[in-house]
Design a binder for this molecule. Structure first.
Ligand code: ADP
Ligand code: MG
Length: 718
């Protein structure tokens, strides 16, 4: 089919743009690229910010950094080639003050409009300096047009789509749009705060696109204005409606009923554990057992701070599934972590499984072919009661006999597709059934985020650490005090303690970082030469990095776990989950480069036993002599709190939800209008009204979801 033939069915371009038979202009194509193909999409394309073009700024009273509108006459205009090629024009503003305009990219039209003697009107950010006021890349506006009376919206746009074109297209769409209300009036009447209920959706949209002159400017810019709140409420309601629906659909799916005998594997496992479960662990195990005993798939997130003891909870859940005669799969994001789980689970479960003729299997991408074949066979025939591994566990060739429960550790490290693949794996013996799913995360998810992005998931929280832990003391030191830190390491290892030294790994310069880690390893080995540990053995320093072959990584990690290496220099491959209770000191070099939850994870590697432990964050102030604002906030948070939930809350505030969750992981449309902190009260409102709406106004509910989430819906069902 030719492109022409397809044209009539394509969405109509905004009115005023060339008709459907004319070839699409660059601006129209850009609109398509942004998905702005119909009136609804255009109406929901909301301003990033607003510019005040209502009056000319007197330069005499301006401050550095102000956004200013300036009118005047061009005194000179020339192209300079040094220090960089640029077009420089000097304007005499109407109040007599001079302003220099700089353009590093410019076109012939710039020179025409900035001809000497021409009148100009420009808008941009003022910079003050010894040479007077200047603006870089100001916008050139028509000098003789009347000034607008209200704020001017600035829209997110893309190459080839000028603001003016976009603005006009949106205005036309808005004029044509006739949106009825989909939110029931009973729900509107209860909208919390901000008088958002007094607005219809259309009024709210009009105000945001065309703010009247007397609008509350701060509230508009900060998005606390009732019109913004109204949009946030609509969006959050759509999200809750969709999640409620997903939950209903899951309730319609069937899963095996997994119930352990009173004296079965879970009871026997608890009896042989070297410790008693904490209250939180007992409560969470009970939550999970109750879910597993239902005929519908569990979809539960177990969140607990680092060191809160999630592994044993996973083992007990696995024991329930196995006791009920089903298989269990446990997937971890890295080989080291999977290996460690395997070690623990073999130790705990294998003695109990052996008499039953069953075993724990191990699967990774790196294992020898013959071993892998044997494992695959044991899994297919059901002899492997528990399968532990990396993402290799969900590969196509892995066929379970009857998989009842899938456990994903550090779930935020996996993509949605990977989690989905696990769910489709119940096996030949379980036609029509889905396995139960338990996800574990050491990055606690703040409540507001759990209620939105994870609205379809039940959440259990381990909010209690095993007894006898002493909090890790955190110190922030400039890297000029490295020698002092090394001295401290000597003291620790001489007492038989172990130390981690983490070097950052930045992907773009892996080779460079590897060199840095290698140098640090040599430095520490030299500094500790001749030091004896508590058993009188010379201390050894190990090196662990991402480029190391898997077998070597394992060997290094195992040697550290056995206490043969006193110090482990590592790139962040040790980030998650590793458990060596004798390690008491964690040094993080270039701590300013790490994310907050990553730092919290790293700190969680020490203080896992009853020994006093410390974490030293070495930072490098950098060339400018000072750290960036975000880096400073992250480091401050680390010193100020140990509470994983507080850390997560601050991390969310610093990064925003999109980055917090990681792009791959959420599988949910990120919120466009609502903000989880600012609009937390609206989340609760939406959660309350979503089920009501499905029950009492299902058609409206359907239309509401379609209007706000549209094409993203399939993704949401993940
Ligand atoms: P995480 O939640 O970070 O995965 P782990 O499961 O690795 O934590 O547990 C951390 C350490 O605490 C392990 O050494 C584990 O054996 C130990 N542990 C777990 N539960 C208890 C408990 N109830 N009492 C004492 N120690 C426990
Ligand atoms: Mg863990």
């Amino acid at each position: 089919m030719s492109r022409r033939a397809a044209a009539p069915t394509e969405p109509a371009p905004p009115a005023g743009a060339p008709g459907p038979r004319a070839p699409a202009s660059a601006a129209q194509r850009a609109l398509q690229r942004l998905g702005l193909t119909d009136d609804s999409a255009l109406a929901l394309h909301l301003p990033l910010r607003y510019e005040d073009l209502t009056r000319v700024t007197p330069l005499g009273q301006a401050r550095d950094g102000d956004e200013a509108l300036v009118e005047g006459v061009v005194l000179s205009c020339e192209v300079l080639t040094r220090p960089r090629r640029q077009l420089v024009a000097v304007v005499q503003a109407d109040d007599g003050v001079r302003l220099t305009l700089r353009f590093f990219t410019f076109y012939p039209t710039h020179r025409q409009r900035l001809a000497v003697g021409a009148r100009v009107r420009v808008h941009g950010e003022l910079r003050g300096g010894w040479a007077g006021w200047s603006m870089v890349h100001p916008r050139l506006l028509a000098p003789d047009a009347a000034l607008p009376t209200g704020l001017t919206p600035v829209y997110p746009t893309t190459a080839g789509l000028p603001q003016a074109y976009l603005r006009a297209a949106i205005q036309r769409a808005l004029a044509r749009l006739a949106w009825d209300e989909t939110v029931p009036s009973a729900a509107l009447a209860e909208l919390p705060g901000g008088h958002a209920r007094a607005w219809t959706l259309q009024q709210a949209l009009r105000l945001l696109h065309q703010p009247p002159p007397d609008v509350e400017r701060d509230a508009l810019q900060q998005r606390t204005h009732p019109a913004w709140r109204r949009l946030a409420a609509e969006e959050l309601l759509a999200q809750q409606l969709a999640q409620w629906q997903a939950r209903q659909q899951r309730a319609a799916q069937r899963a095996p009923v997994l119930r352990a005998a009173p004296d079965g594997l879970p009871a026997r496992l608890q009896a042989v554990l070297p410790f008693a479960l904490t209250g939180a662990q007992r409560r969470v195990v009970a939550d999970i057992a109750a879910d597993l005993a239902r005929a519908h798939p569990m979809h539960r997130l177990l969140q607990g701070d680092v060191g809160s003891g999630k592994t044993v909870v996973a083992a007990l859940a696995a024991a329930v599934a196995i006791d009920a005669g089903w298989q269990c799969a446990l997937m971890a994001p890295t080989e080291i972590l999977a290996e460690q789980h395997f070690g623990n689970l073999v130790q705990w479960l294998e003695p109990l499984l052996q008499p039953l003729g069953r075993s724990v299997a191990w699967l990774t991408g790196a294992q020898p072919r013959a071993q892998r074949q044997a494992m695959l066979q044991a899994i297919a025939q059901g002899q492997a009661a528990l399968v532990v591994g990396t993402h290799a566990v969900i590969q196509q060739q892995v066929v379970f006999q009857r998989l009842g429960l899938a456990i994903v550790d550090e779930q935020h490290r996996f993509g949605v597709e990977q989690r989905l693949a696990l769910r489709g794996k119940a096996g030949a013996d379980a036609p029509g059934l889905e396995p139960h799913l338990l996800m574990m995360s050491a990055t606690p998810i703040p409540r507001t985020l759990a209620m939105t992005a994870f609205g379809d998931v039940d959440v259990s929280t381990l909010d209690e650490l095993p007894p006898g832990r002493t909090p890790v003391v955190t110190k922030l030191l400039a890297d000029t005090r490295r020698a002092q830190v090394i001295e401290r390491i000597r003291a620790q290892v001489a007492q038989g303690r172990q130390v981690y030294w983490v070097c950052p790994l930045v992907e773009e310069s892996e080779a460079l970082d590897l060199r840095a880690a290698t140098a640090t390893h040599a430095e520490l080995a030299a500094a500790l030469h001749g030091v004896l540990d508590a058993h009188g053995r010379p201390v050894q320093v190990g090196l662990l990095h991402a480029r190391l072959p898997t077998a070597d990584k394992k060997a290094v990690m195992a040697a550290f776990a056995r206490g043969e290496l006193a110090v482990l220099v590592a790139t962040t491959v040790i980030e998650v989950g590793v458990d060596v209770p004798n390690a008491t000191l964690m040094v993080v070099e270039h701590a300013e480069r790490f994310g907050l939850s990553q730092l919290h994870q790293l700190r969680g590697r020490v203080g896992r036993g009853s020994l006093a432990a410390a974490c030293v964050l070495l930072y490098s102030p950098g060339q400018a002599g000072r750290l960036g604002e975000a880096a400073r906030e992250r480091l401050r948070a680390m010193v100020e709190t140990h509470d994983g939930f507080e850390i997560a809350r601050r991390d969310l505030a610093i990064r925003g939800p999109g980055e917090f969750l990681g792009s791959r992981q959420s599988g949910l449309p990120m919120l466009r209008f609502a903000d989880l902190q600012r609009d937390a009260d609206l989340i609760e409102w939406a959660q309350r009204w979503a089920p009501w709406m499905w029950a009492h106004a299902p058609t409206q509910a359907q239309r509401h979801v379609q209007r706000w989430l549209g094409a993203k819906l399939d993704y949401l069902k993940a």
